[in-house]
Design a protein around this ligand. Sequence first.
Ligand SMILES: *[C@@H]1O[C@H](CO)[C@@H](O)[C@H](O)[C@H]1NC(C)=O
Length: 372
Amino acid sequence: MHSRDLGEHFHHQFISMPANSFIIIFLLPLLSLVVGHETVQTEEYPLVVSTWPFVEAVRAAWKAVDGGSSAVNSVVEGCSACEELRCDGTVGPGGSPDENGETTIDALIMDALTMEVGAVAAMRYVTDGIKAARLVMQHTEHTLLVGEKASEFAISMGLPGPTNLSSPESMEKWTKWKDGSCQPNFRKNVSPANSCGPYSPTHYLRHPGETCSSTAHMLTSNSGLPLVGLHSHDTISMAVIDRMGHIAVGTSTNGATFKIPGRVGDGPIAGSSAYAVEEVGACCATGDGDIMMRFLPCYQVVESMRLGMEPKLAAKDAMARIARKFPDFLGAVVALNKKGEHAGACHGWTFKYSVRSPSMEDVEVFTVLPSD
Ligand SMILES: *[C@@H]1O[C@H](CO)[C@@H](O)[C@H](O)[C@H]1NC(C)=O
């Protein structure tokens, strides 16, 4: 349909409407304003939603999108702010050293209008994760670049580097961990179990409780120690709906502390840490990425909303699917539909997410309990 036809179409609809339709149309915005604080509903764009109380990041994205920037560029503004601020030490440089003490970056961006995705994983020596992801999306036919080759690409396309991504804090954390016999760590079914490597594989056990007498002494495994303490807020995952109603999502993280070098989590995986479909809505996720990426929770959330589920139910359902297999996992999702309705769900911890809409004076932080 050409735009002129569309105008005529609307004109035709309008003049054929009975008089009381006009009253309903003009009262609708007022009604939604009244119920707004109860249903967490925003009828207007733009809109910014982010995992965790990353308030400065949401402000940066809001400033961009409210000023007329596209959803994609606003996501980049927001996530870049977090990288610069090193949000929680788990975004940008200077945090989450791996077993070798090195910090690497994972990031993703997705344009729901075109279904284009760009991502970098285990990227070394470059601080600008989200900008590197945008370069992959906008200047290559690929979706995901990894490791040192991702760094070379990012630098060749104009990003600063090579940069030392370690900080005195990350090096100190790593040194303490080494002094503590590299405990806890992400190894399992390996020997030696209680000291630093090199490691060699022992018998594979399907379940931690499934012991095999001859090897049992080796299996005082590291998996018995809580890795929970290693995780903090770990990922910024952000969704933006711009003034045109277009949606983009993005993530940035430096991954899990003391990860095995080469590990890539859910951050740069579309459908896991973030996902969006232009006609439906968006989802942002955070938590135990190694587990969550097996379930593509954000793909699940958006697909459930496409099938008619409310954001709250879609979010809860995505968490429940993981919890049935991994009752101890930590995770959270926030779901956002095209009407601007948003809701979170979490498992194993209390989750917070941040929102900025035209009806808010500043960023508002919402708290979600596992029992919600
Ligand atoms: C990188 O920075 C850390 C922390 O400031 C420092 O300890 C380390 O020696 C640096 N590495 C290189 C190769 O310069």
